[in-house]
Design a binder for this molecule. Sequence first.
Ligand SMILES: Nc1ncnc2c1ncn2[C@@H]1O[C@H](COP(=O)(O)OP(=O)(O)O)[C@@H](O)[C@H]1O
Ligand SMILES: N[C@@H](CCOP(=O)(O)O)C(=O)O
Length: 321
Amino acid sequence: MAVYTDINEGDLKAFLTQYDAGELLSYKGIAEGVENSNFLLHTSKFPLILTLYEKRVEKNDLPFFLGLMHHLADRGLSCPLPLPRKDGALLGELSGRPAALISFLEGMWLRKPEVKHCREVGRALAAMHVAGEGFALKRPNALALEGWKGLWAKSKDRADEVETGLEEEIGNELAFLAAHWPKDLPQGVIHADLFPDNVFFLDDELSGLIDFYFACNDFLVYDLSICLNAWCFEKDGAYNITKGMAMIEGYQSVRPLSEAEITALPTLCRGSALRFFLTRLYDWLMTPAGALVVKKDPLEYLKKLRFHRQVATSAEYGLIR
Ligand SMILES: Nc1ncnc2c1ncn2[C@@H]1O[C@H](COP(=O)(O)OP(=O)(O)O)[C@@H](O)[C@H]1O
Ligand SMILES: N[C@@H](CCOP(=O)(O)O)C(=O)O
């Protein structure tokens, strides 16, 4: 459960008077997510999501995230919209945290995504990349190579507590990626965390994307590598090439990949597996016992990383030329 900051009813009612959102009828903490504190609110007008921004979210980045949702929705992508306050601001403050009210998106995330869903996600990811064109604000990826090195520096002394030999293995991996990371691929706004819990479906139709709080400017195909990692492995750790093929096909039906992007995919998959391994490892080691959050398993991403290390070409992900 991710509710790091509690709110009280009086403060919430006062906060709501700054919006044209009707009267508060009920609110409850949402038992999902790991980054921010989220609450579901019912008012006399509409359901809303209240988000209090926590630890890894920089206040200075919030105009990028909230502005991006507007930019994407204006271009037809289904995603939540921040509700402006009566004074026009998108951001307020509650319980000492930056806070926003976000429109409620109908749908459910899929616990067991199938091949057809992977195809839809590939399409939606490419549609997001296209819709992101022209967004005026920029945000470098804080969780790219330099960010990984920073996280690793804080965790590496205790890494062998999680698995013996990790300190050496991850040190070598970082050195490999630093030497081989591509330099010149098509860039744009990426979601950077499009995991199953951030994609809603109604029946079998994708109803929208949520959680843009890692969005940034980076290689577009890096985002696809994140989705291959997040959607196309089975619970037993095996890569499902049928899902990968569907996701890549879905993506390319909207935005075809260049030769350089295809060639870079195995290295990018290694990078994105390492990125989620590192944030999970950090949280695993540093989250205090008793915190109201379900910690995610870093070893799941270590296994994925080891799989990618033995991949020679993008054909092994299901990419057909
Ligand atoms: N706009 C929204 N509409 C409906 N539900 C939402 C919305 N935003 C968040 N949620 C719910 O809150 C949960 C956590 O949100 P998320 O943005 O993933 O949090 P975090 O940033 O902490 O990871 C989601 O899995 C979903 O159940
Ligand atoms: N997707 C990341 C963690 C971020 O959580 P989210 O709830 O913001 O998607 C992971 O699985 O490590």
